[in-house]
Design a protein around this ligand. Structure first.
Ligand SMILES: CC(=O)N[C@H]1[C@@H](OP(=O)(O)OP(=O)(O)OC[C@H]2O[C@@H](n3ccc(=O)[nH]c3=O)[C@H](O)[C@@H]2O)O[C@H](CO)[C@@H](O)[C@@H]1O
Ligand SMILES: C=C(OP(=O)(O)O)C(=O)O
Length: 487
């Protein structure tokens, strides 16, 4: 697909303003919550990202009327006809999103059964759903695994229960919330995740009539109610997109005001940003991030569940750390395979070495296993342009940052994936002065050529794919339209 390649001419700082809207990791879940109500819900600050489009389609398939509200970026969801929808005929596709697994509880309450197709989401680890299925069984659901997906029923209804998660999983905590609010009796969830997006989902459910208390030490108690109404809610801003623009400003030596960014949800990130040598100023309407000049400082960092350093911040920050003086250490403790994207950065001139060991103070679940989940980054590195294949959402945005920070031209393949979490990113890049462009309209697009073509067999192709790099077969120049005309 022609539009799936972006030409980037790096070497100049990003400067200007971008606006972030509601969080990718809250908005689709608040949309699922609307299924539980007996009245319409209004969600505001909704971004135009593909995960939202997917969930909108899924809700509509299940009989929810979804339409634009009177306010800009407002969605209205009316679930009053869900019982009438013929779900047996639904050909539901998860697409690239992991959200469909969260439909289980609401559909079981609403129509007594649920079908969940294969899940999408970023391939940054194995990402099993065993915790989800275990908690649903605890509530009284039966789960039938078939090749086409999962079939769930709740013949005896859903009942409150006591649950302790083996790990504070974000998705499983949301699964429990969305199921327990209408289950009979009370539910106690121990070792819950408490990310800001989860607290915002709790606010949504409370507006609908749910009774939920968040105690200290990751304990959440939910008293089930018979009936939930609708809600009107403004989604919290996307702290992951905000941090991505902050890292882009730092890595390119730029200055970006992120309108909508909120300090409260980003305190851990802001501390690290300052430690590295980045500057920021918090305003009422957003946060300005900039490179103050001088050298950036190497740091040691571990990702963790909230209030730790969010794993989705890790990849963009690693690109900025390639510009810091000295040795930085990054220990990824949430996903076992989230550092593979760094081999492409090495092809661009970075020096990043991966290790199986836990290179941090905290031994994690991956330490005794064969996963390269720690990185040592030696900087500052002079990056140069390359051909890159986007491996996942944050890795993809990180490649854009690297290409913008690099000298020369890059071709970035697979940019459509970035639409999962970054609304209108091409327009925003242009507004910041980035020299980016889509391929010219006329010539037929060329499929990205893998290293195996003209090298050796399939293994080389796979290695190149995993490295996110394609063979540099270019004789072509970047289009003259670079930096212009991107929608
Ligand atoms: C749509 C969304 O909100 N995605 C976010 C959500 O993903 P998601 O909800 O999928 O992430 P989880 O918090 O559930 O996963 C954390 C860890 O738990 C493991 N696990 C999870 C569930 C399970 O049934 N079994 C199991 O072993 C996972 O493999 C992973 O190692 O939280 C992650 C951690 O903050 C973020 O990176 C994602 O951006
Ligand atoms: C990992 C991410 O998302 P998802 O869980 O939707 O794949 C992310 O947003 O970085």
């Amino acid at each position: 697909m022609k539009d799936d390649v972006l030409f980037v001419h790096g070497g100049s700082p990003l400067e200007g303003e971008v606006r972030v809207k509601g969080a990718k990791n809250l908005v689709p879940k608040a949309m699922v919550a609307a299924l539980l109500g007996e009245e319409p819900s209004r969600l505001r600050n909704v971004p135009g990202i593909s995960d939202v489009h997917i969930v909108r389609g899924l809700l509509q398939l299940h009989g929810v009327a979804v339409y634009e509200g009177d306010e800009p970026d407002e969605l209205v969801m009316d679930p009053s006809s869900v019982e009438l929808a013929n779900v047996a005929d639904i050909d539901a596709h998860a697409g690239s999103s992991r959200i469909p697994i969260l439909l289980c509880g609401p559909l079981l309450h609403r129509i007594g059964r649920a079908f969940i197709p294969d899940l999408g989401g970023c391939r940054i680890g194995d990402r099993p759903i065993d915790f989800h299925l275990n908690v649903l069984r605890e509530f009284g659901a039966t789960v039938d695994k078939r090749p086409e997906g999962l079939y769930l029923e709740a013949p005896g209804g859903l009942h409150g229960t006591k649950i302790e998660l083996p790990y504070p999983s974000v998705g499983t905590t949301e699964q429990v919330l969305l199921t327990a609010v209408r289950a009979e009796g009370t539910t106690e969830l121990r070792n819950a995740a408490v990310e800001p997006e989860i607290i915002d989902l709790i606010c949504v459910l409370q507006k609908m009539g749910a009774i939920i208390s968040v105690a200290t030490d990751r304990v959440i108690r939910i008293t089930g109610v018979d009936r939930l109404g609708g809600y009107t809610h403004r989604a919290l801003p996307d702290r992951l997109e905000s941090a991505s623009w902050a890292c882009a400003a730092l890595a390119t030596g730029g200055d970006v005001f992120v309108r909508g960014a909120r300090q409260l949800d980003m305190m851990t990130f802001l501390n690290v940003f300052r430690q590295v040598g980045g500057a920021f100023r918090v305003d009422d309407d957003g946060i300005r991030f900039w490179h103050p000049g001088g050298r950036l400082r190497a740091i040691a960092l571990e990702t963790d569940v909230h209030p730790g350093f969010q794993t989705d911040w890790q990849q963009p920050l690693v690109v900025a750390l390639t510009q810091a003086s000295g040795l930085s250490i990054v220990h990824e403790t949430v996903y076992e395979s989230r550092l593979g994207f760094t081999s492409a950065l090495n092809q661009m001139g970075a020096t990043i070495q991966l290790y199986n060991e836990c290179l941090g103070g905290t031994p994690c679940r991956f330490g005794q296993r064969n996963f390269q989940h720690s990185a040592v980054i030696s900087g500052p590195a002079k990056l140069h342009g390359a051909d890159l294949v986007i491996p996942d959402l944050r890795g993809g945005f990180s490649y854009l940052i690297a290409a913008l920070a690099a000298e020369g031209k890059s071709r970035v393949h697979g940019i459509d994936l970035i639409n999962r979490g970054y609304e209108g990113f091409l327009g925003k890049l242009e507004a910041l002065g980035a020299r980016v462009g889509l391929p010219p309209a006329d010539p037929q697009p060329q499929a990205p050529q893998t290293a195996s073509q003209g090298v050796s067999g399939g293994l080389a192709a796979r290695a190149a794919d995993e490295a996110g790099v394609v063979a540099d077969d270019r004789g072509d120049e970047l289009p003259e339209t670079v930096g212009q005309g991107v929608a």
